[in-house]
Design a protein around this ligand. Structure first.
Ligand code: ES4
Ligand code: ZN
Length: 326
């Protein structure tokens, strides 16, 4: 069997996917037209050419601008279903997807339009592909904690359909400590917690995510490698890291896929998983991420199986459901 077929056939969960980051240029044009929104690009090729980033902020500026074409419940439903169709084709059987409500509520798209649209797409994906999914509400860390609290209260009518809160957007200068109280409030509501940490930010931000936000899972976490004591702690506690190889290269956090530390992370005993982050912007869905590291870092099939197993172990599925996937 070819590596391609092996990777596609490997049942896997995706744990780090920003649904707004699955907006393909073709869809951007289709939604813009349908909603009468003008976009600053003349063609799909021009959009793709703009996806040349030198850091996280470069990307975020374009990503938030792109999200402006999303206006209606149908847009969010279509966006989600298109992602699930691609994920299912890659062998994803379970996905825990991030959404950024503040990106939408700040341009007067109500929380419920976003949530109901995404939930509709999730239900359809389960009926169509048997693909299960969960929603993770991410707070934008460049905004203040008060705005995060406001978002958490807007989420109340949907809280039973939200699995966790997360923390994303511009990392450096916005440490996890800034969101300690809103994460505690989310925990008191029974929500799980995740946070982007150590993507561009220092190991101290990873410690804060663990000690102040009490995260159940760590998004990225790459810069933990700079601190051996932190690596030991993460490995011993079985903390899941949601690593995004093509994202790391596209955002210049790793020089090329051939020097990606994924194999080092595995050998250090970290529970690492492979994910696509913002696949429409970073050049590949989850299958492409597996293929890139398998090729670039000469991972063998046992390593690929470990990565896929880790994705279920690190998921928020109940133990009985995890067991059916191992
Ligand atoms: C993101 Cl790669 C990444 N990092 C932080 N925030 C984000 N939002 C969407 N993609
Ligand atoms: Zn991310």
């Amino acid at each position: 069997m070819s590596d391609d077929a092996f990777i596609t056939g490997l049942p896997k969960a995706e744990l780090h996917l920003h649904i707004e980051g699955s907006l393909e240029p073709e869809q951007m044009f289709a939604f813009a037209q349908r909603n009468g929104v003008t976009i600053p690009y003349a063609s799909v090729e021009e959009v793709r050419a703009a996806y040349d980033f030198s850091n996280l902020q470069d990307f975020l500026d374009i990503y938030y601008a792109g999200a402006d074409v999303l206006r209606t419940e149908e847009d969010f439903r279509d966006l989600a279903l298109a992602y699930f169709d691609r994920a299912a084709a890659d062998g994803v059987v379970h996905a825990e997807i991030f959404f950024d409500p503040q990106t939408h509520t700040h341009r007067r798209v109500p929380f419920g339009v976003v949530a109901n649209g995404l939930l509709a797409g999730m239900a359809e994906a389960e009926a169509k592909h048997g693909l299960t999914s969960k929603l993770i509400l991410c707070f934008l860390r460049h905004l203040d904690e008060e705005d995060a609290f406001k978002t958490l209260s807007q989420a109340q009518p949907w809280i039973d359909r939200i699995a966790a809160v997360g923390l994303d957007s511009s990392e450096v200068g916005h440490p996890p400590a800034k969101f300690e109280r809103v994460f505690a409030a989310a925990a008191a509501m029974g929500l799980k917690r995740v946070a982007h940490a150590g993507e561009e930010g220092p190991p101290e931000y990873v410690y804060e995510a663990l000690d102040l936000l009490h995260v159940d899972r760590l998004d990225h976490g790459n810069r933990s490698l700079e601190d051996p004591a932190l690596v030991t702690r993460l490995a011993r506690s079985g903390m899941t890291l949601t690593v995004c190889p093509l994202s790391n290269v596209k955002l210049c956090n790793v020089a090329s896929i051939d020097v990606h530390p994924i194999d080092r992370m595995l050998r250090l005993g970290l529970r690492v998983t492979v994910n696509s982050d913002d696949p429409a912007y970073f050049g590949g869905y989850v299958g492409e991420n597996y293929r890139a590291i398998a090729r670039g870092r000469a991972l063998d099939r046992d390593d690929l199986v470990t990565l896929a197993r880790n994705s279920f172990l690190g998921s928020f599925l109940p133990d009985e459901a995890v067991a059916t996937h191992l």
